[in-house]
Design a protein around this ligand. Structure first.
Ligand code: NAP
Length: 323
């Protein structure tokens, strides 16, 4: 089968389309014909070998996708050949076929297109846990969503607004600002002036929460934008990791909270995985959640997908289409 292989850590050029032996499912595993694999920022960190993402070499990147069950290994129940499934947190998705543990596979309803399913497993479930579980947005809460035209950002903006939050979004271009506004942002700001916009919108009080996946470049201003006892939800580092932090700053800033959450801990149980996926699929089916697929690439162009994502040229979700 065709798959993308990383033989050494490095730039996008280390993503090489190669021919690999056909995988076969072991006990409790599904063999899936991949319809679409999601491209995520985490794939870039892992490709670069950025701690803690570096791992064994060589490897097939990609942790997210959707497709059709081609075979089931011994002991699998609840799935049959031909079923539509999606997954996240499963390595080896940049490939024509992937091995997915059945207990990590999520059934995809017939009404949901497989590309759309692949597009929401990682970024959609992340947006879901951030605004429902990490800091649950309450009606009227002023919250900041950074990189609001990105994969997580567009979905998080919609969900936070649907919960009644007043979303102050940041983006780097006018075209991205328009997407964030269409997703439900109350105001869209730049990275330099979002603090002033938060003060204006809140009458000087500050934001209840800042959802920050940009990291180094926004961290200080994100902290400064919070109201007393506000939450900085630092969930990524697109601009680079935040340096070591002096905890006393939380007291001085107003008894603030910082958390550094990661999706795996919010879908650790099968019930939680299925519950979050089921919310997403039902909102998509009901037309309450719009999924923007901002780019589709063949496997052989995985490097271009990574370059585009890292260079801030993209909006919404990027997918690799193996066939
Ligand atoms: N913790 C978790 O569970 C979890 C799960 C999924 C994703 N994440 C994190 O969420 C963040 C967004 O991921 P994503 O896959 O949805 O990507 P994305 O938001 O589609 O792309 C990243 C965006 O970040 C913004 N950005 C600001 N400064 C940047 C810089 N110096 N370099 C590159 N981009 C910059 C850009 O938007 P503008 O051009 O508008 O600035 C860019 O489009 C990443 O940090 C990722 O690691 C975390």
């Amino acid at each position: 089968m065709r798959a993308v292989v990383v033989g050494e850590h490095g730039g996008p050029e280390v993503l090489q389309a190669s021919e690999l032996p056909e995988p076969s499912p072991g006990p409790g595993e599904l063999l899936v014909d991949v319809a679409a694999a999601g491209v995520n920022f985490m794939d870039i960190y892992q490709r670069e070998g950025r701690p803690p993402y570096g791992g064994g070499l060589p490897y097939v990147p990609g942790a997210e996708g959707a497709g059709m069950v081609a075979a089931a290994g011994p002991g699998v129940s609840g799935f049959a050949v031909g079923d539509q499934v999606a997954w996240t947190g499963v390595p080896g998705s940049y490939a024509e076929r992937a091995i997915v543990p059945a207990d990590r596979a999520v059934p995809v309803p017939a009404a949901v297109d497989l590309e759309v399913a692949a597009a929401v497993m990682l970024q959609g479930m992340t947006a879901h846990y951030l605004c429902h579980s990490t800091y649950p947005v309450a009606p009227g809460d002023p919250v900041v969503v950074h990189a609001a035209a990105g994969g997580v950002g567009l979905l998080l903006t919609q969900m936070a607004a649907a919960r009644g939050g007043t979303v102050i979004a940041t983006t780097s271009t006018e075209a991205k600002a328009q997407l964030a506004a269409a997703a439900g942002a109350h105001r869209v700001a730049g990275y330099q002036d979002f603090g002033a916009v938060v003060r204006e919108v809140t009458g000087g009080a500050g934001a209840a929460a800042v959802y920050d996946g940009v990291g180094q470049a926004t961290f200080d201003a994100s902290l400064a934008a919070l109201r007393p006892r506000g939450y900085l939800v630092l969930y990524g580092a697109a601009s680079g990791p935040v340096p070591p932090f002096e905890l006393q700053r939380l007291a001085a800033g107003g008894s603030l909270f910082i958390t550094r959450p990661t999706l795996a801990h919010y879908i650790a149980s099968r019930d939680e995985l299925l519950q979050r996926a089921s919310d997403l699929f039902s909102w998509i089916g009901a037309g309450q959640l719009t999924v923007r697929i901002g780019g589709r690439y063949p496997l052989a162009e995985a490097a271009r997908a990574h370059e585009d994502l890292a260079a801030r040229r993209t909006t919404g979700k990027l997918l690799l289409l193996p066939r």
